[in-house]
Ligand binder design. Sequence first.
Ligand SMILES: [Zn+2]
Length: 297
Amino acid sequence: MIVIKNGTVVTMDDDRTVYFGGHVAIDQDRILAVGPGEYTGEDAGTEVVDAAGMVVMPGLIDLHFHTAIGKGYSDHLPLWEYLDACWYPLVRNLDAETAYWAAAASYLESVKSGVTTVNDMYRRLPDLARAAVDIGIRAVLSNDVALEEHNLDTLQDNKDAYDAVHGLADGRIQVRVGIEWLPLASPALLAEARALADELGTGIHVHLNESLTEVEDSKRRFGRRPTEVAYDAGLLGPDCVAAHCVWLSDTEIALMRETGTHISHNPSSNAKLGNGIARLPEMLAAGINVGLGHDAA
Ligand SMILES: [Zn+2]
C-alpha cells in the first residue's frame, strides 16, 4: 500500500472538493481512500509519501500528442513548411530503436508533467508500445496514415499495429486509426479509415482544420471545408478525436456537435506555428467535449 499524506488533494469529484493537508491511499492499481487529514488504515508495509507543498490530482490526459525526435529543429517555420522540411523527413527515416527511445523520452517528459495518458499519433506503434510499457504510461496509439504517394503509413500498417499491440499491459496500450491530415488524404481514404475503425471496434484520431492553408487546400481539392469532407466520409463520431480545429465555420461546429466528435484544443502548438486562435467559446457553447493537447513541440 502507498499512502500520500499532507498534500493538497484536488479530487475532481462532482463537487470539485479540495482537501488541504489531505491523503490518498493506494493499493496496487486501486485508490482505497481519499479524504482530509491523516489516513488511519496504514499497515507495517505501507510506503508513505509526504506531499507537503504539492498538489495531488488525477492524471492529466494529453489528448493530442506526437512522440517527438528533433525538438527545436526548424522552429521558425510555419506548419506546412515545417512538415515538409523537418517532420516528414524525420519520421520517414524512423527505425525501431529511434522510435523506442524517442517515445521513451517523450513519455517520460509527460509523466514528469503529470500526464498519465497520451493520445499519440506517430509511426512504428509496436516500438512506441514497448516504450509505454517500460515507462508505465497509458498510451492510445495511432498511425500517421496518408495516401501511399506520401510514403508515411497505410491503413494496413494501422491494422497490423492493432493486431500486434492493442490491449497490451492490461489494456494500458490501445490502438486507434489515425489520419495524418486532409492535405495528404482523400475522401475515399477517410471512408476506408472509418470502415477499418468500425471493423476493429476502435476509435479515430485525426488532424482537422489546423491551419488556413489546410482549409484552402481542402476547398481547392474537394470543394468543401475539411470538417465537411470528414463528415461526408463518415469519419466523425463519438469515437473520434479531432485535433486543433482552429478554423471551424459555424456549419463545422454544428457538424462536430451533431456527431459527438471530441476536439483536442492545442493552444501552445497553434501559437508556436502561428496557426491562429481556436473558437473555444463557440465550441463550448455548442456543447462539444473539448480537451487539451500539447501536440509535439
Ligand atoms: Zn499534431
